[in-house]
Structure formats: structure tokens, C-alpha cells
Design a protein around this ligand. Sequence first.
Ligand code: 1GP
Length: 249
Amino acid sequence: LGKVESYIHEKLEKGKLHFVLLDPDDIGPEMAGKIAEMSEEVGVDAIMIGGSTGAEGDVLDSVVRAIKESSSLPVILFPGSHGGINKYADAIFFMSLLNSRNPFFITGAQALGAFQVKRYRIEPIPMAYLIIEPGETVGWVGDAKPIPRHKPKIAAAYALAGQYLGMRLVYLEAGSGAPEPVPPEMIAVVKKVIDVPLIVGGGIRSGEQAKTAVKAGADIIVTGTAIEKANSLEEAKEKLEELNRGIKG
Ligand code: 1GP
């Protein structure tokens, strides 16, 4: 395993993890740097960078660099397509949107990005990415057939298929800003079936919601909107602390 993946596994032996997602389309480099620095102070485990609309090119470049300068947390790309690759990142979730209707999001963008990942020596971490209702922007852009919230077995079947295809992480995604996170019943059913770490994100805004997801079986919780939407840096820090407590107890 690569450096970042090993780091994730070592940390998972001691407890559950919290990854903070920053979308360069919503947040400038200065703010991103400050949030990354605060995240590290509070005990967040990694910074993810990505978004479905416009997290590319110079905008992405300056945000990744600002984060690398202001914290020593691993920076993991969470790309909406091959445009979300950046040479300053440590690793990339090399993800396939398994329940997309469009092969571009299953294998097409991956082929277009593969040589770039190799050239820049970004550590690829293969991941099954599953969109759960409502799916929000990423569900629409990714042309997903979102998994119904009350059908946990469908999610589990896709998750297990992902594992059997060689993916080393499974991500259940309700969509950024989703009104409700992935249901705990679904998290529990998926967790029971797979052996690889389970990531859950989308709509997790409170420590209580984070705790519920962890109790159900999530290994890694991703939060983005709750922190990006804070009205001040102090508020963002309080939110980070609240979420972190919910995840780590
Ligand atoms: C989105 O799962 C992540 O891809 C995080 O979602 O912005 O709702 O926290 P939020």
C-alpha cells in the first residue's frame, strides 16, 4: 500500500476518522488554508479536495497549494472527473461511480486521467463510489441512478461488487448538502457485508449525526458544507470540534 493508504489503515486501528472536504469552487485558497490549519489542530485526519462543478485548473491548483503550505495533513483528491487531478496532492481517490448510467463516470474519466496520475506520482486509492438518494449535484452531474434510501441491500450489493472488483474503499454518498445523511440502517447493512473501510458523507451537519453514522458502522466520516457554511473562522472551528467529538467520542 502507498503512504496515504497505509496512514489511513494505521489510524483506523485506533479509531474512526474524520476527513474534511473542501470544494475549490466554493472556497478560496486563503480560507482553504485556514480551515486546513484549524482542521489539523482539532484532530481531523485528512483533507479531501474536489467538487462536481468547476474544481479544476488554476482554481484547484491554488487551493491545493495553500492547503499544503498551511497544514501537514494528507491532501486527497476527490475528483468529479479527470479535470480534478492536481500534481500538488498526495493521493487521489481513484473512484468509479458504480451506479452511474454513463460509462464516462465508471471508467471513462479514469482512463483519461490515468497517465496524469502516473506522471505526477499521485498515490491512487481505488474506491467504489455509490450515490444514495437524493444524490444532490453529484448525482445529477454523474448521471447516477441513485440508490433508494429504503433499499440498503442494493447499496450492499454494489459495495460488495466494488470490493470484488478490487476497490479498497467504499463510499456511500448522499450528495453534498443533502437534507438528510445516508440512513444508519443502510450503513449497517453495507458494513456487515464488506471487509474494506466504509466512508460515509453528504448532509452530515452535527456531531450527533456523525455519531449516528459511526455507530451504524461508518469508518470514515466526510464533512464539507457544515464547515464551509460557517459564518466565521471561530464558528468553523466550533463546528469542526463538534463533528470531531461525534466521530471520535
Ligand atoms: C460530499 O460527502 C461529501 O461529496 C460531503 O457532503 O458537503 O454535505 O458535508 P457535505
